[in-house]
Design a protein around this ligand. Sequence first.
Ligand code: COA
Length: 217
Amino acid sequence: MRQKGKRVRYVIERMTMSDVPRVIEIERLAYPSTWPPSAYRKELQDNRWAHYIVLRDRKIVEERATVPAQEVEKPRRMFPLSLLPGRPSATVPTPDLASIIGFSGLWLMVDEAHITTIAMHPDYRRLGLGEFMLVSLIDIAYSIGAKWVTLEVRVSNYSAQNLYRKYGFREAGLRHRYYSDNQEDALIMWTDEINSTSYKLRFQDMKAKLMRKLEAQ
Ligand SMILES: CC(C)(COP(=O)(O)OP(=O)(O)OC[C@H]1O[C@@H](n2cnc3c(N)ncnc32)[C@H](O)[C@@H]1OP(=O)(O)O)[C@@H](O)C(=O)NCCC(=O)NCCS
């Protein structure tokens, strides 16, 4: 995402409690049903195995920076993908909720990283940004010692399935009537061992291609 003399536009940050209202807004636009806000509180404050991120568009932050200085909250540090920070306090204030355009998360269960959610604001889809969040989650999976990455996806959700297949996820079974809103089945998908040489090479190659694509935008 970084080019000489060019500022990084999209950044990944750890999700904090102050991000939750905007996360819920995007969730409503992205999913037929949503988690209660208390679920996010539990995930962010009580679940030490959970890792949640938000994707922020800095252009929106900069546009908002034209308001009088005293109205602007102190911005958090922003990190390029390769420098994801450790988990901050869950109460750090957010500079601008509107600049959050996507979010995602996973749980570590022993040596398996379970992706629990990934959603982009509809206005920002098909730009490679959902992929950017998936890459960030897989990077987190590496950094917390996971060996595999897994998830459930609606059998009808071809766009998400395509995204996962692009990153080596393969179908490993069905959970019947998994989704309570319409009783839809879930496809269970798994990666190969992410530390295998073949997966690592493929992942690094895909990530490099994605970064070039995002830089070119
Ligand atoms: C799934 C989702 C996160 C993808 O985000 P996105 O930013 O639009 O996706 P990207 O632009 O990064 O696309 C990456 C890849 O995903 C696949 N993909 C994404 N949207 C697609 C679509 N509408 N049709 C087909 N493939 C699609 C493609 O393989 C694409 O790679 P390509 O650009 O080389 O073709 C987004 O559609 C979303 O938020 N959906 C609603 C929530 C959801 O269903 N989440 C998944 C729950 S399991």
